[in-house]
Design a protein around this ligand. Sequence first.
Ligand code: TYD
Length: 220
Amino acid sequence: MSLFLSIEGGDGAGKSTQAALLMTRLKAAEVDALLVHEPGGTALGEQVRRLVKGAASPSPVPELFLFEAARAQLVQDVIGPALTAGRVVVTDRYADSSTAYQGYGRGLDLEDVRALNRIATGGLMPDATILLDMPPERALARVDGTDGSGGRSDDPDQARFEREPIEFHQRVAEGFRTMAAEEPRRWFVVDASAGADAVAEKVWAIVSRLLDVRGIKSHA
Ligand code: TYD
């Protein structure tokens, strides 16, 4: 039986680290799992990734369409087939990121964003979504290294969203929290300010329970 999990959160909340740690735990438990990352995962998705993060600087509506185009291709070519094959799929960002960033962050109409999400995904939503929640001020300090972590400033095209004013990131964070409160059965909010290993433990506690409920054999 398949399971579809998404990991969401603002920039610098540690999603990619947690997604990788989760995959390590799933592999150790001999669960057949696939990790994808939005935007990306297909040839179109990788091009979109460069476009939205680079110098093209699309305005909000075209930006939304770019993310949705990448998402539609990823669902059709990768996520859908993997779920049909009974695999566990973990995605680092999914449709909720468009609602948070283009809806709450950029100010596009939330129902319009959700309608496009439905078209792009064919209505496929995650069974569970883990929100890595952390104050944007702290998360962004991690990204630019002002917290002493070294940051990610060696990535030349990572900066477009991260350069947005703090108010933008606060709207995004608040948007995620609102979505989690509106749909508490799907969302699991994890305080991401702790160290990576402590956060990973909390994430694994959630995921291993979901695997049990689904009757997916894990050897953890
Ligand atoms: P990425 O490097 O994936 O950021 P992160 O490592 O924080 O996930 O870059 C993706 C950026 O695109 C990120 O700032 C969030 C943004 N984004 C949207 O605005 N809307 C979306 O639908 C998605 C998927 C991402």
